[in-house]
Design a protein around this ligand. Structure first.
Ligand code: FE2
Length: 466
């Protein structure tokens, strides 16, 4: 099939067998940026109608890598294998060749290289929305919000405001700002994005994060619930928005609502083996237990999925959430196998392997020790890396569970001095957290400081509505 260069309406050139393919890949990009359920189907149509199109092949590899687990990564490796030769044969342009190089780097675990190639593409082609969204993803898993923020700030001014995907950029910029601690500015951009398109779940999500970090629980619930008919039309990412809603409910002591949302929404599709579902579920169940709620046998369904990922080597953040399910369910053998596999992973010269070595293994050890009732040892494992936790990636709100686990272990360790210090530290940041005040009160009471304990208990009570 002879291939030619065709440009989209904004001048981005694609090697394709027909101009229709460019229209389809543009639709795919818009769908991917909007977390639409039809994203995979659009790409499938494209790979069937124009199987040799370089960007169709690259996008297929990217989607496989975005699934964040080893079984899908193997598919990406097979797509990437002969891609350079194929691109040469069909006369791909330089941008497409860089895409192939980025996919190859991702397949060999060099996320730093992958991201730097994408940023290189963006300097010449700032209108490549696919790569802008992909870089947002890997910046997110680098754990440094400033990279997300600046990646968007560099290119946002170059986009025409009437571009159909412009709102997605505003939302991504908002999220980068939020993860950089610039909450007011983040809220401004996030709201502007949602005004343009209330179905833009990532932008709705950026405001949910602002409200989480600024502890506006009531407002957060209203924000998420108010737009539910819009954002709930997206793919499984919608479950993450329910997860955010649950974080607000937890602090308010509305545990029945959390369990209802967990059962009816958040855990409703764990069998599909999408990594974010397990992250949401593990993180929420562990939190519920730390709030003193009996979660019954809910861990079991998660371990069925987690056991398929003992040897994953994609994202340490995700692996830690599989491990949470295994240790919480008392699945000792699988948990030991997973930690052993993480030790081997930590030896490799890969981006995520280095994070596994410096932070991931310490957290993994802490998770297991805390479930074994070895609380002081759990604190000793996590405490030295608590200022490096950002490296594991994910959001600040998501990583907070590891801090909470350390604090929970500190309280259970009966080392009142360390526990008091750590909870005090948390209150410096979270003044509207009933969980923090309640535990702080218990620790003060055990230290004979009844008056201060009563004050802290009162603060916890003010926040809880049930
Ligand atoms: Fe989030």
């Amino acid at each position: 099939m002879s291939m030619k260069q065709y440009a989209d309406p904004y001048g981005l050139a694609f090697t394709a067998s027909a101009p229709d393919s460019v229209e389809t890949i543009s639709r795919f990009t818009t769908s991917y940026m909007g977390f639409r359920r039809e994203t995979g189907a659009i790409l499938k149509d494209l790979t069937e109608s124009d199987p040799d199109m370089p960007m169709a092949r690259c996008a297929k590899g990217y989607l496989a890598k975005l699934m964040g687990s080893s079984n899908h990564s193997a598919r990406a490796v097979s797509i990437s294998k002969d891609l350079d030769a194929h691109l040469e044969k069909v006369g791909a342009n330089d941008r497409e060749k860089l895409h192939a190089a980025a996919l190859a780097a991702w397949c060999r675990g060099d996320l730093d290289k992958t991201t730097s190639i994408w940023e290189e593409i963006l300097l010449d082609h700032p209108m490549d929305g696919l790569v802008l969204r992909l870089a947002h993803f890997t910046h997110f898993y680098s754990g440094d919000g400033r990279k997300m923020r600046d990646s968007m700030a560099r290119h946002l001014p170059l986009w025409p405001k009437d571009h159909p995907n412009y709102g997605f950029l505003l939302g991504m910029y908002a999220f980068g700002l939020e993860e950089s601690g610039q909450f007011e500015k983040a809220e401004h951009y996030g709201r502007a994005a949602v005004e343009r398109n209330p179905k833009d779940a990532w932008s709705v999500h950026s405001i949910a994060h602002v409200m989480e970090m600024t502890e506006r629980q009531e407002e957060g619930i209203a924000w998420i619930a108010g737009l539910e008919s819009d954002w709930s039309t997206v793919n499984n990412f919608r479950f993450h928005l329910y997860w955010h809603k649950c974080l607000f409910h937890l602090e308010r002591g509305e545990f029945d609502q959390v369990l209802k949302l967990y059962d009816e929404q958040i855990s409703s599709d764990v069998e599909s083996d999408f990594y974010l579902d397990i992250c949401n579920c593990s993180s929420l169940l562990w939190r519920l237990e730390m709030f003193g709620v009996n979660v019954g046998d809910r861990w079991r369904a998660l371990t069925d999925v987690a056991r398929k990922h003992l040897h994953d080597r994609d994202l340490i953040f995700v692996s830690l959430h599989y491990l949470m399910a295994l240790v919480a369910n008392g699945d000792r053998k699988a948990a030991d196998q997973m930690i052993e596999s993480m030790r081997e992973w930590a030896q490799l010269d890969e981006t995520q392997a280095r994070i596994c070595a410096t932070v991931g293994l310490a957290v993994a050890k802490g998770l297991q020790l805390s479930r074994d009732g070895k609380y002081a040892e759990a604190v000793a494992a996590i405490k030295p890396v608590r200022y490096d936790l950002d490296l594991v990636g994910g959001s600040k709100a998501q990583r907070d569970v590891f801090i909470m686990i350390m604090l929970d272990a500190a309280k259970a360790s009966n080392d009142a001095l360390v526990a008091r210090a750590l909870f005090s530290e948390r209150l410096g940041e979270k003044v509207h957290s009933s969980w923090t005040w309640k535990n702080y009160s218990t620790i003060l009471e055990s230290s004979g400081k009844s008056e201060e304990a009563a004050f802290a208990a009162g603060k916890a009570q003010e926040i809880r509505v049930s």
